[in-house]
Design a protein around this ligand. Structure first.
Ligand code: SAM
Ligand code: SF4
Length: 317
């Protein structure tokens, strides 16, 4: 469906849970989230209905996200049913990979086409610090299991944080030489509750180009990343710059949260509820959400925080 600014909306990010086994400092509060009442969350049937309605409105790609999708009971049947929806050409899943090792094969069999895996450091102590207690080895085991299961085009997503992982840009990028994976550096987005980060944490992605002058530019592939390759590497390096060079003019996505709110824009507080609606009701609301998608998300910086009104685990990053 075409929105009011002539963008073709073909991509849905469906958050299947707000819960997570980690507590990344830029994403969710230390105490976790106040668990909402079961009856306030979308049921599995409602998630499927919403996905079907979106497909009927022109959505062709669905990313399953959260929270951590792999903590959701019944994630496998949910993936299987979404993968079977007419019109859906690609189904992807974003995960921290710490629970992935025993599930990778089953996710592949359930129809997941591609995985995005979040990994901000290769240092065990720093991993524990940024995730508030996570184990790096579990994430690495997850990545290896995904490769063994035959997942192609795995993307490792690294949030760039000044004073934390700039010194690891080179070693993280080297993963593209060791494994057939892409590594994408994503600018830290200033969510309202990111109290652990001062102005120095918000560094533009150009720092990657300064650290890796040997990067060779690649042609644009229609995604939101600017693409490069290290000489001889198996995978690509992507730079995603939501803060320093927003990509709103090409944004083709909408989001649905686990509690049933359609968010036309990640950084806007606009939310349209589809909880409890039948198919026609959902179609009307999702259509109007697409038509209300704002032109851009407004300035973002340490001083001008996101107007999302939720933490990232409650949106589905
Ligand atoms: N739990 C899964 C994971 O971590 O991959 C999926 C959900 S997580 C909210 C999705 C993505 O959002 C992760 O790659 C995470 O790094 C990113 N993210 C969360 N908060 C962010 C922030 N403030 N700025 C940039 N990226 C953020
Ligand atoms: Fe959990 Fe992902 Fe948020 Fe980290 S980024 S706390 S893994 S939802």
């Amino acid at each position: 469906m075409i929105d009011s600014f002539n963008r073709n909306i073909t991509y849905l990010r469906l958050s299947v849970t707000e819960l997570c086994n980690l507590r990344c400092r830029y994403c969710m509060p230390e105490e976790g989230v106040c668990k909402k009442r079961h009856e306030d969350m979308l049921t599995q049937e409602e998630m499927l209905l919403a996905a079907r309605v979106c497909a009927s409105l022109g959505i062709r790609k669905i990313r399953i996200t959260g929270g951590e999708p792999l903590v959701k009971p019944n994630i496998l049947p949910l993936c299987r049913e979404i993968a079977a929806i007419n019109g859906i050409e690609e189904i992807c899943l974003t995960t921290n990979a710490t629970l992935l090792a025993p599930m990778a094969q089953q996710l592949k069999q359930a129809g997941i086409d591609r995985l995005n895996i979040s990994l901000d450091t290769l240092d065990e102590a720093k991993y524990r610090m940024i995730t508030r207690g996570g184990e790096l080895t579990a994430a690495i085991d997850g990545i290896k299991a995904a490769l063994d299961a035959g997942f192609q085009k795995i993307k490792i997503n690294t949030v760039l944080i000044g004073g934390f992982n700039i010194d690891e840009i080179s070693s993280l990028a080297d993963l593209t030489k060791q494994y057939p994976v892409d590594v994408r550096f994503i600018e830290l987005m200033p969510m309202v509750d990111n109290r652990d980060f001062g102005p120095e944490a918000y560094v533009p992605n150009t720092v990657v180009l300064e650290e890796l002058p040997e990067l060779e530019p690649l042609p644009h592939d229609g995604s939101v990343a600017r693409l490069y390759r290290l000489p001889g590497a198996l995978g690509k390096i992507g730079l995603i710059s939501p803060v320093s060079a927003h990509f709103c003019a090409e944004c083709n996505r909408i989001r649905i949260t686990a509690d049933g709110k359609v968010k036309p824009c990640l950084h806007s507080s606009d939310e349209i509820s589809i909880k409890g609606l039948d198919e026609d009701g959902m179609r009307e609301k999702i259509k109007s959400a697409i038509l209300e998608k704002p032109q851009w998300h407004g300035e973002l910086s340490y001083y001008e925080k996101s107007r999302a009104g939720r933490s990232m685990n409650q949106i589905g990053g």
